[in-house]
Design a protein around this ligand. Structure first.
Ligand SMILES: CC(C)(COP(=O)(O)OP(=O)(O)OC[C@H]1O[C@@H](n2cnc3c(N)ncnc32)[C@H](O)[C@@H]1OP(=O)(O)O)[C@@H](O)C(=O)NCCC(=O)NCCS
Length: 158
């Protein structure tokens, strides 16, 4: 399977992450600021990074279900942190496995990442909501909305 087909199928399946875009836009993501892990030729894990206010956010963290609980998530975040050339890194999640990975890598929960980061995060959340509404992706809206209070913001400042 091509990387882009894998990414699109993972994004369709996993309701906690952003919805999939076209093949062209996902190819752009794969060629952009991201980390990918392979088992031989096969892509098995992916995470992307983007500037959010005064932080760089690690988001859309995906490990192929066949490869979960084998340390791929941890390796992915380790590599992302190494690759990021910025002193403040953020990752927002309500997934317990993801929270475990972040704790193990010395991320700390923050209640207030600062006005600028909070502002851009809020705008990104509204944009994501619109993109899910346009797709009539109510299952994803429900899945992400019902536990909104459970999201934690994990931060590393170095
Ligand atoms: C979250 C995700 C990336 C983790 O990847 P992974 O490869 O399984 O991660 P790792 O194997 O490195 O570590 C998982 C850790 O969580 C623990 N864990 C697994 N399920 C858990 C659960 N339900 N509750 C608490 N801890 C859990 C594992 O025991 C392991 O800890 P350990 O290293 O101390 O044994 C993966 O499950 C995934 O892709 N989920 C779907 C997409 C998603 O929700 N992404 C997060 C969006 S921010």
């Amino acid at each position: 399977m091509e990387d882009v087909d894998w990414l699109r199928s993972m994004l369709s399946m996993e309701q906690e992450v952003r919805p999939p875009g076209s093949k062209k836009s996902e190819t752009k993501f794969l060629n952009g600021n991201c980390v990918k892990l392979y088992d031989e030729e096969r892509i098995v894990a992916y995470a992307e990074m983007r500037k959010v206010g005064s932080h760089v956010e690690i988001s859309t963290v995906l490990v192929d279900p066949e490869y979960r609980n084998k340390g791929y998530g941890k390796r992915l975040i380790e590599q992302a942190v190494k690759k990021i050339d910025h002193n403040k890194i953020l990752c927002c999640t309500k997934n317990p496995a993801m929270a475990g990975v972040l704790h193990s890598l010395e991320f700390k929960i923050t209640k207030w990442p600062g006005f600028w980061t909070y502002f851009i995060l809020s705008i990104n959340t509204i944009k994501r909501l619109f993109s899910m509404l346009i797709r009539l992706d109510f299952r994803r809206i429900w899945q992400q909305g019902k536990g909104i209070h459970k999201y934690d913001q994990f931060e590393i400042i170095r």
